[in-house]
Design a protein. Structure first.
Length: 226
């Protein structure tokens, strides 16, 4: 098996930003990161490109008894996406799906309130959104995020990740305007294998990165134009 591609999520973000340079300092461009692991990646992308950073909340619906396997996902705005292949193959009932969705909706709301700390969600209407995560395995969570964002009518949705399974990138290309996957190793196995340091991103780190991005954005806006 090959060596990990990235030291940590921050390095993944810096490498990803190099593949997104055409969006640098483009008016109306916004990075939306998927918490929690996507936020360090998105923070580096936003910093390198000189564009705003925010979060977009999505929660995976874990398969009963195999919670790491996604049977679907929910996102802000009441959007739900189901992985029909998993649901049908494992004969997962509607009651199990509804119970998982209720549990995750509570956590989604908690994180929304915690991460924003009173800041309103960004207006994405007519904007170019760089939708960032630390990687794609099945792609179900990202697909839910794309579906939710479509309801908010952005000008374009660009899915961008440092590492992904090739089939997930191909699948997402059918629903996003563009997909940027820096590395697509084969065999893939899981996202975490391709980072030397894949420690869990904590809520405090997410809040700190968002607060820093907000301060940097405010400082940039305060500078007089040339």
């Amino acid at each position: 098996m090959r060596e990990p591609e990235f030291q940590d999520r921050y390095e993944g973000g810096r490498v990803l930003a190099e593949h997104l340079r055409r969006y640098a300092r483009q008016p109306g461009t916004l990075v939306l990161a998927l918490p929690r692991g996507g936020v360090p990646v998105g923070a580096e992308v936003a910093r390198k490109l000189g564009v705003p950073l925010d979060v977009f909340l999505v929660r995976k619906l874990g398969t009963p008894g195999h919670e790491e396997l996604a049977m679907g996902a929910i996102a802000s705005g009441g959007v739900r996406v189901l992985n029909r292949e998993v649901v049908d193959e494992l004969n997962i009932g509607r009651e199990q799906i509804e119970a998982a969705a209720r549990r995750e909706a509570v956590e989604l709301q908690r994180r929304e309130e915690s991460y924003r700390e009173g800041r309103p969600p960004p207006d994405v209407h007519g904007r170019t959104v760089l939708l960032v995560d630390d990687g794609l395995a099945t792609g179900t969570t990202m697909r839910a995020a794309v579906a939710a964002l479509r309801l908010l009518e952005p000008a374009a949705i660009i899915v961008a990740v440092p590492v992904a399974a090739a089939e997930s990138c191909e699948s997402l290309a059918q629903v996003a305007d563009e997909v940027v996957c820096v590395r697509m190793p084969e065999p893939f196995y899981s996202v975490g294998l391709w980072y030397r340091d894949f420690a869990q991103t904590e809520d405090d780190e997410v809040r700190a990165l968002l607060a820093e991005a907000t301060r940097e954005g405010a400082a940039s806006e305060a500078q007089p134009s040339a």
